[in-house]
Write a protein that binds this ligand. Sequence first.
Ligand code: C5P
Length: 201
Amino acid sequence: MSFTVAIDGPAAAGKGTVSRAVAAHFGLAHLDTGLLYRAVGKRVLEGEEPVAAARALRAEDLDAPGLRTPAVAQAASRVAVIADVREALVDFQRAFARRAGGAVLDGRDIGTVICPEAEVKLFVTASAECRAERRFKELKESGHEAEFEGVLADVRARDARDSERATAPLKPAKDAVRIDTSDMTIDQAVACAISAVDSAR
Ligand code: C5P
């Protein structure tokens, strides 16, 4: 029997950290679905056509270097508005979700579109300022040039594109447990997520 945990939310809300921790705690496989869109975005920056790039995507592409840059993130959110790109990525995600040992998938539309039947749905969020602050620190710490105002504008631009698009916009599933991490430490957010999963098992 498969057991699926769907974790959605905006950029830099702590979704990735929470997802990895939940997967490790319960011994589940983990898929960061943002990597699919990033891999397509990267290929588009290299000159490929978005839908063809999405259809040609292979699991190995998710390990490609250079997927975590701000330029690729913006390219990802631009290809993510294209319905045929999203459609081309559905089967891969659903197959992953059905893994025998159970899986955690994190993204924007996992609980609403990809796995509406998931046993647990979490919506991990935080204020735009908090998220920009975290992204800004990460960029600084990894040696990137960054200005807070620019990072905040970036976060807001991606939020707008992700939540206003016609196909699979970012929004919580009706039955999602909402976790606002604005005033939480990482450990608190993780504990909150683990207890939500525990109560569904
Ligand atoms: O989560 P991450 O920042 O890596 O995602 C990059 C972009 O990919 C997002 O801004 C969003 O536009 C898109 N995405 C999506 N659906 C998902 C995961 C990511 O549209 N399930």
